[in-house]
Write a protein that binds this ligand. Structure first.
Ligand SMILES: [Zn+2]
Length: 83
């Protein structure tokens, strides 16, 4: 499973020091509250389900295809791979 960190940037351009709270809204948004010590502000970002889906890395199917390709390559040079 691939993982991609969510980018949290303050208006001042600094990355937050602390995430204060993560939650969900009644209209199906993910909300993250965070603290920026550079400007001493609490900020929040909100992401819809579509935005969350778009932010996800490509599915593991790609990694599986790559493994099969690796196995074929190893077999082509005479190295057997365990199934
Ligand atoms: Zn800031």
């Amino acid at each position: 499973m691939d993982y991609r960190a969510m980018q949290l940037d303050c208006y001042c351009g600094q990355a937050p020091d602390r995430i204060l709270e993560v939650g969900f809204t009644s209209d199906r948004h993910l909300v993250v509250h965070f603290w920026c010590s550079s400007c001493s502000r609490v900020l929040f970002i909100s992401r819809s389900l579509d935005e969350c889906t778009q932010a996800c890395p490509p599915a593991a199917a790609k990694a599986g295809a790559q493994s099969a390709e690796d196995a074929r390559f190893l077999q082509s040079i005479g190295i057997a791979t365990p199934e």
